[in-house]
Design a protein around this ligand. Sequence first.
Ligand SMILES: NC(=O)c1ccc[n+]([C@@H]2O[C@H](COP(=O)([O-])OP(=O)(O)OC[C@H]3O[C@@H](n4cnc5c(N)ncnc54)[C@H](OP(=O)(O)O)[C@@H]3O)[C@@H](O)[C@H]2O)c1
Length: 311
Amino acid sequence: MSKKDSHDPAWLTTLGLLAGAAAGYLAWHKLNQTAGPSFRLRSRRPETAVVTGASSGIGAVYARKLASLGYDLVLVARREDRLRTMATELTEGHGVHTEVLAADLALERDLQRLEDRIVHSDSMTVLVNNAGFGYSRDFVELSPEEIDRLLDVHLRASVRLSRAVLPGFLQRSRGAIVNVSSLAGFMALPGAELYAASKGFLTTFSRALGRQWAGSGVVVQALCPGLTRTEFHQAAGYPSDTGARWPWAWMSAREVVEDSLAGLELGRSVVIPGAVNQACVAILATPLEGVLNSLISRRRRSGLQQKPVLH
Ligand SMILES: NC(=O)c1ccc[n+]([C@@H]2O[C@H](COP(=O)([O-])OP(=O)(O)OC[C@H]3O[C@@H](n4cnc5c(N)ncnc54)[C@H](OP(=O)(O)O)[C@@H]3O)[C@@H](O)[C@H]2O)c1
């Protein structure tokens, strides 16, 4: 190396970027490889699927897809009217049995009702833990009740329902648990600390549970969508034009669910739908992680145009 080269940091930067790209590719490849046994999706009836958060968005698409594959359904959410309309549509359209279980999964008594329903069924085959929500406000602005609510719906409910289905799944040597996590679960995302960390928990929990029961006929998937066009952002209080930002980064709920179901048949324990989201995960495994996190968080703040109000 010449004296000039040793003072020129360009070759070091290039080397760093190449090493980062290689590490990112390896991380992406590791997550996308076929990791476990596959799950035969088409139901040999009678089999039942429970979908939480079935009243809109990703959950509503799961319910429709699973009904079209022949599953009887237990539809769970708080908005009972929406669930009833969907139940009628699915029964008429696919001839499956649909049951509405109106429940607020942050409430212990409602969660117990659903657990009871699950453990007393001998046809339960698929559990989709999809119910979830976010906050557009800063962590420091959330009340203790709001913090508990998010942890209860994302973590407590998903873990308890997974525990409830497992004995039946193992006994019948067949069952699939899908935990709807998020791309945010791979990020230490300023401004969405609680949401991102709860989704990181769900991804790790799913991967560990899937490994524990590999070969038993039970498969567990963490679905990690990025920006998806649903009611999520509106419910979280983001501005109505949120969907217009980074239009290339958004997916439809249908695309996300199709990737998840294809992933079950391919035996993928972590499914990251879409090339943009997969590229994000690859970058997050490199030294560029901090840059990506702060870019997303700055963009989020400029969208909200709010300063936190401290109490
Ligand atoms: N949209 C995205 O960009 C995105 C990205 C990554 C991950 N996700 C995840 O995808 C999942 C589905 O969200 P989505 O995008 O489809 O949003 P969505 O359209 O707002 O749907 C959320 C669903 O969760 C239900 N829910 C919320 N709180 C509940 C509670 N306490 N008890 C029972 N059900 C509850 C809602 O039903 P009710 O209001 O009727 O109770 C609704 O059916 C969530 O876990 C979310 O974190 C979304």
